[in-house]
Design a protein around this ligand. Structure first.
Ligand SMILES: Cc1cc2nc3c(=O)[nH]c(=O)nc-3n(C[C@H](O)[C@H](O)[C@H](O)COP(=O)(O)OP(=O)(O)OC[C@H]3O[C@@H](n4cnc5c(N)ncnc54)[C@H](O)[C@@H]3O)c2cc1C
Length: 240
């Protein structure tokens, strides 16, 4: 007799191979990529995080976007903001190279819409919201040399910027990428203000990808919709 029981999705195992602070409260984790773990740029994983204080609840599943592009075979890179007294943040503070964890995934539908119809792609990320955007640009910019990719990356202060060397390296190797880091609270020679301020004047024939906390997503989505951008050209991932 054939069993009709649903397939159980077994969590996968991964091990931390690199752990470093990118800023005082943002860490970079490079983890082993489980065998046959295939994902699309922009997707996330869910990680089983144990309570750092050993009390109830003993664990929670928490979501993290994959920063590395799928073409990077050897590891999955994550960029994580440590929030004061955060459940997962407290656990991440104690983690170290060699620690293992369970993950589920890949998850999510925040992925690049690869069509010939739209050739101008705008990516707006605040803080660690830049993570899935980096993965999408790193994966697709070199395959689409006739398309243009603009990344607007917003943080408050210059010392909050991270991963800029890696992003600038991408812009050097792919002439079709423009990188606009913007600071909302510092005066510096570069772009200033929140990411929404740097949207192009002409919003037509473009796709927009946004990632970060709800406020950024809501405000930018409303702004684009009010200006007449159709829903199908607005793609987003919320972190809270
Ligand atoms: C699909 C998805 C992908 C995500 N990917 C990432 C990622 O790549 N990197 C990452 O750092 N976080 C990411 N997050 C957020 C992450 O899942 C956790 O919510 C975050 O790490 C806080 O967990 P915590 O247990 O430490 O804090 P909690 O104890 O759960 O406290 C939550 C508080 O932290 C705030 N918060 C959540 N995320 C952020 C953030 N990034 N910056 C500032 N405040 C925040 C919430 O608004 C809330 O006030 C993602 C969330 C989702 C839903």
């Amino acid at each position: 007799m054939i069993s009709l029981a649903p397939a159980v999705k077994v969590p996968l195992q991964s091990k931390i191979v690199k752990y470093e602070f990118l800023t005082e409260d943002v860490i970079f984790l490079s983890c082993t990529r489980p065998t046959n773990f295939n994902f699309k740029a922009g997707q996330f994983i869910s990680i089983k995080i144990f309570n750092a204080n050993g009390i109830e609840p003993l664990f929670r599943w928490k979501s993290y976007s994959i920063c590395s592009p799928p073409s990077q075979q050897e590891s999955l890179d994550l960029i994580i903001k440590l929030i004061p007294d955060g459940f997962a943040s407290d656990a991440f503070k104690k983690m170290k190279v060699g620690d293992t964890f369970e993950l589920r995934g890949p998850l999510g539908h925040f992925t690049f819409k690869d069509t010939e119809e739209i050739k101008d792609h705008w990516f707006l990320g605040a803080g660690t919201g830049v993570t899935p955007l980096y993965s999408m640009i790193a994966e697709h910019a070199s395959h689409q040399p006739t398309h243009h990719f603009t990344l607007v990356f917003g943080v408050r202060h210059e010392h909050n910027l991270f991963y800029t060397k890696e992003i600038e390296h991408l812009t050097k190797t792919n002439k079709n990428i423009t990188f606009i880091p913007t600071l909302s609270r510092d005066n510096w020679p570069g772009a200033k203000g929140r990411v929404q301020l740097h949207l192009p004047k002409d919003l037509s024939n473009k796709d927009f990808y946004m990632c970060g906390l709800n406020e950024l997503i809501q405000e930018t989505k409303d702004l684009l919709l009010t200006a007449g951008v159709e829903k199908e050209h607005i793609h987003f991932e919320r972190y809270d």
